[in-house]
Design a protein around this ligand. Structure first.
Ligand code: GDP
Length: 195
């Protein structure tokens, strides 16, 4: 996929602000610091459209990026942060959950995990929740450059088994440093975007 145009359309705090129209959307979710902004920037060849290293708890918004004027990446705030109050966390949860469950334009969710470690309890909960709601998930295992190639298969297996991944869901090893996995990820995303 050659991304010619990429723009942030809205940082939405509620459904009324979601873009109108029927363009397909791909949501991206993961724990803070997993490499989500770096993934987005690498996929769309931008240095800094998605903010990197944003402070956990700061971005309580759904960020809609329109790409090639034909589809959206929807950046879901990192889960598993501790710095917001319980009330804020609940409000956050509700908006995100509602978006993920009810949004017709949503075609699939990219869930990012760190290839170096077994997925956390929160990663597992998130994956289970997405599957409970019958959402297609693409697992992107980030920071593959930090693991020697000879150990990739072993780490990939740990991720798949810890998440107890559905056979129908794909996993992609990714590095925003080297660009590894980018074409494979686009291949999978395209198949959902054209459904
Ligand atoms: P986010 O909080 O999930 O958006 O994470 P960021 O994209 O801000 O990345 C968090 C940190 O991990 C930053 O210091 C990035 O430079 C680093 N990082 C992200 N992706 C990779 C990667 O593929 N390889 C390496 N080596 N570092 C990465």
């Amino acid at each position: 996929m050659k991304v010619n145009t990429a723009e942030i359309v809205i940082s939405a705090v509620g459904p009324k602000q979601y873009p109108e129209g029927n363009l397909p959307e791909i949501a991206l979710a993961g724990r803070s610091n997993v490499g989500k902004s770096s993934f987005i920037n690498k996929m769309i060849h931008r240095k800094n459209l998605a903010r990197t290293s944003s402070k956990p708890g700061k971005t309580q918004t759904l960020n809609f990026y329109i790409l090639n004027e034909s589809f959206y990446f929807v950046d879901v705030p990192g889960y598993g942060f501790a710095k917001v109050s319980k009330t804020e966390r609940e409000a956050w949860g509700k908006m995100i959950e509602q978006y993920l469950v009810e949004r017709d334009q949503l075609k699939a969710v990219v869930q990012l995990v760190d290839l170096r470690h077994a997925p956390s309890k929160e990663d597992v909960l998130m994956y289970d929740w997405l599957k409970y709601h019958e959402l297609p998930v693409i697992v992107v295992a980030t920071k593959s450059d930090k693991i020697p190639k000879g150990k990739w298969d072993k780490h990939k297996k740990v991720v798949k088994e810890t998440l107890n991944m559905d056979k129908s869901d794909k996993i992609v090893l990714f590095s925003s440093e080297t660009g590894h996995g980018k074409d494979e990820a686009w291949g999978i995303l395209n198949s959902y975007l054209s459904k």
